[in-house]
Design a protein around this ligand. Structure first.
Ligand code: ZN
Length: 243
């Protein structure tokens, strides 16, 4: 399929919340983008897997994603096992993404840090000729880590100011697990202690995007880390003001 950019994450709304603006921005530039959810998010407190799948498809459409799929790993049990790695490697050979975005390798939720390892190792294995899977050996050129919720300094920040309104819409459309069920009062809702209620999700998302935007002198941004150094050709045209 030759995707330009593929974002891999553990649960159906993780990509939207960590790098959705960047995916949209790249799609607007004409790049072919994709989202791979490792699980179907079936352990989410709210919303059935069916509603989550519908929401994921709606969000993908808003973010102009060309391909979205699920690897079928059980939610709350993401592990870099041989079986999962081989399945991911086969999919990488099929989609042939040039750049892959993975979650940061340290996180509160085990699925998130395991998704990082599984993603990296799947991409690596995809390039091994002798691997017992279908497809031409292929390895992505670049791995980026999305670090919106990690307490580390980004290598760079993508300006998503022009994409923010649409991203906001995409995230809210995929938010059944943050909303009270029909006929449920807000008091009952509070008793359920869902990790993030919808208003909190919204303000946190806004705060984070503003925080990272400020780091590069724009309104909204999404932070990334890469293990390699950035190569610069022209130090006179470098962006982001120092003083
Ligand atoms: Zn998640």
């Amino acid at each position: 399929m030759n995707l330009d950019l593929l974002a891999i994450a553990a649960h159906p709304d993780d990509v939207e919340l960590t790098c959705g603006g960047t995916l949209l921005k790249m799609a607007q530039r004409g790049y072919k983008t994709g989202i791979l959810d490792l699980t179907a998010g079936e352990m989410g407190t709210r919303g059935t897997p069916e509603t989550r799948a519908k929401e994921a498809a709606k969000a993908a459409k808003l973010l102009r994603v060309k391909w979205r799929g699920t690897l079928g790993v059980p939610d709350s049990d993401v592990q870099p096992t041989r079986q999962h790695k081989l399945r991911l490697a086969a999919l990488i050979r099929e989609l042939r993404p040039k750049t892959v975005i993975l979650p940061y390798w340290e996180a509160r939720h085990p699925d998130h840090y395991h998704a990082s390892t599984l993603g990296y190792e799947g991409c690596f294995l995809a390039g091994l000729k002798q691997l017992p899977i279908e497809g031409e050996p292929y390895r992505p050129f670049k791995i980026l880590y999305s670090i919106s919720y990690a307490n580390v300094r980004p290598t760079f920040v993508v300006d998503i100011t022009a994409q923010y309104a649409l991203l906001h819409k995409a995230i809210l459309s995929a938010a059944s697990q943050f909303r009270p069920r029909k006929g449920e009062s807000s008091t009952t809702y509070k008793k359920h202690q869902v990790f993030l209620a919808i208003d909190r999700l919204e303000s946190e998302m806004n705060q984070l995007a503003r925080h990272y935007g400020q780091m590069i002198g724009v309104d909204y941004g999404e932070p990334f880390l890469q293990k390699e150094l950035m190569k610069v050709d022209d130090v006179v045209k470098m962006e982001v003001r120092s003083i």
